[in-house]
Design a protein around this ligand. Structure first.
Ligand code: THU
Length: 142
């Protein structure tokens, strides 16, 4: 039997997400979010939300973690845990799209270390628009 059960891995990710949340830079919303993902090769990347005085430049915790992983060469996400300073926090629409890009089969772990639920991408982003839709399209010269 493997020493690290799936449940232990999920708890570990939640713990890492909580650690990352403490680095959130949130002077405007005071809503801190942490995320921790696991790649297909088992590495963990974490992220927090980072706000900007120009609000639109804000980056969510999930995308921070994903961009860190992708910029280190990891393009396949198996799990992503998300925690905030309030109750259950689900990824925003933009983050759902970005998770889909790198983890259409990823488990989305929502809650906290002691109490979390696991969702699929199909549940949170049904009928997703992905790379395969573009691959199908003919390149038309305009
Ligand atoms: N935020 C995240 O980091 N992830 C989410 O899933 C929801 C929203 C951040 C963005 C912003 O810094 C703050 O939460 C309020 O929207």
């Amino acid at each position: 039997m493997s020493k690290n059960t799936n449940d232990e891995i999920n708890k570990r990710l939640m713990k890492e997400a909580e650690k990352a949340r403490l680095n959130a830079y949130v002077p405007y919303s005071h809503f801190s979010v942490g995320a921790a993902l696991m790649t297909e090769s088992g590495e963990i990347y974490t992220g927090c939300n980072i706000e900007s005085a120009s609000f639109g430049a804000t980056n969510c915790a999930e995308r921070t973690a994903i961009f860190k992983a992708v910029s280190e060469g990891h393009r396949n996400i198996k799990k992503i845990a998300i925690i905030s300073n309030l109750n259950e926090t689900y990824p925003c629409g933009i983050c759902r799209q970005v998770i889909a890009e790198f983890g259409l089969d990823a488990e989305i772990i929502i809650g906290n270390e002691d109490n979390f639920k696991i969702l699929t991408m199909d549940e949170i982003l049904p009928h997703s628009f992905t790379k395969k839709d573009l691959d199908k399209s003919e390149k038309v010269e305009l």
